[in-house]
Design a protein around this ligand. Structure first.
Ligand code: OAD
Length: 270
């Protein structure tokens, strides 16, 4: 099937759909200048996940982990949603029932205007109590915690080295108001379970007419299994990604190309 035919085939399915679910990964934010994890220049090419994205890493060196997330927040703060985020936000208004499940923690879908995003791996913009003291919500947005944004960042910045001078150096991570324990980033780390409410919302979202995986390498479970589950339940499934992934052979339609371009082309045909 030609590239154009594939785009038209997806558009045709969407024209007849009312329940549409999209599962996104880091590739959706690549055109906004946010590094992916596994691609060229990806975060896991430069850093070892077990040193930065596990509970054991935080227990060992909470300041390092906090600063790495602060660096990532800085990258995102200076980035803008791209055409892929914008098209998905338009679709959230167009389809009678649209669900967006994202593995991304950057908040760019929300900034583009999609509401009710199912944040599978949490958010860079929330915190939770490391002690799990029970006197706070499970996760919340805490402006104080984000005062350590670096004044200026670039996507080529080598890593977390920019606490604002004179403010928080040596006192990271910030403390929980309720119990005085550390605050941790409100993200899901390797080895941690997905929030049961998020899992439940995702399961419901997989009962749909069309399910599209966009910009994910489809290697991190349980997120990687979402699209095939939707297919098993009867949805038409598609993938949008410039590279083949383990899901490519399992979906009904794999479209090779960048999300910001392919989704725009599909949208123009709706
Ligand atoms: P990855 O970095 O594993 O994969 C990014 C995917 O995006 C790759 O398949 C690329 O081919 C694709 N890609 C690159 N540019 C693209 C573009 N312009 N348009 C569309 N696709 C593009 O990122 P994720 O699959 O999101 O988890 O990673 C899954 C999880 O692993 C993350 O949520 C994170 C990470 O470790 C945790 O931290 C728990």
């Amino acid at each position: 099937m030609s590239d154009d035919d594939a785009v038209e085939a997806l558009a045709e399915r969407l024209r007849g759909a009312s329940r549409v679910t999209v599962v996104t990964g880091a590739g959706v934010s690549a055109a906004s200048g946010i590094p992916t994890f596994r691609g060229p220049g990806g975060l896991w090419r430069r850093h070892r996940p077990e040193e930065l994205a596990t509970a054991a890493a935080f227990a060992r060196d909470p300041k390092l982990v906090w600063e790495w997330y602060a660096w990532r927040r800085g990258l995102v703060a200076s980035a803008k949603p791209n055409r892929a985020h914008e098209v998905l936000a338009e679709w959230s208004r167009r389809f009678p029932r649209f669900r967006l499940i994202t593995q991304n923690v950057d908040g760019l879908h929300e900034r583009a205007g999609t509401s009710d995003v199912i944040r599978f791996h949490g958010s860079l913009w929330e915190v939770s109590c490391w002690e799990d003291c029970g006197r706070t919500p499970a996760r919340w947005r805490d402006e104080r915690a984000f005062e350590d944004l670096p004044p200026r960042v670039s996507s080529s910045a080598p890593g977390p080295r920019h606490p604002r001078p004179g403010r928080r150096r040596g006192v990271l991570p910030p403390r929980c108001d309720a119990c005085g324990g550390w605050l941790r980033p409100g993200v899901v780390w390797f080895g941690e379970p997905i929030d049961p409410e998020v899992l439940e919302a995702s399961r419901e979202a997989l009962d749909c007419d069309v399910c599209i995986a966009v910009g994910t390498s489809a290697v991190v479970y349980p997120a990687a299994g979402l699209v095939t589950t939707a297919g098993a339940r009867g949805a038409f499934t598609a993938e949008v990604n410039p590279e083949a992934t383990p899901a490519s052979g399992a979906v009904d339609l794999a479209i090779a190309g960048p999300a910001e371009e392919v989704l725009g082309r599909v949208d123009r045909r709706l």
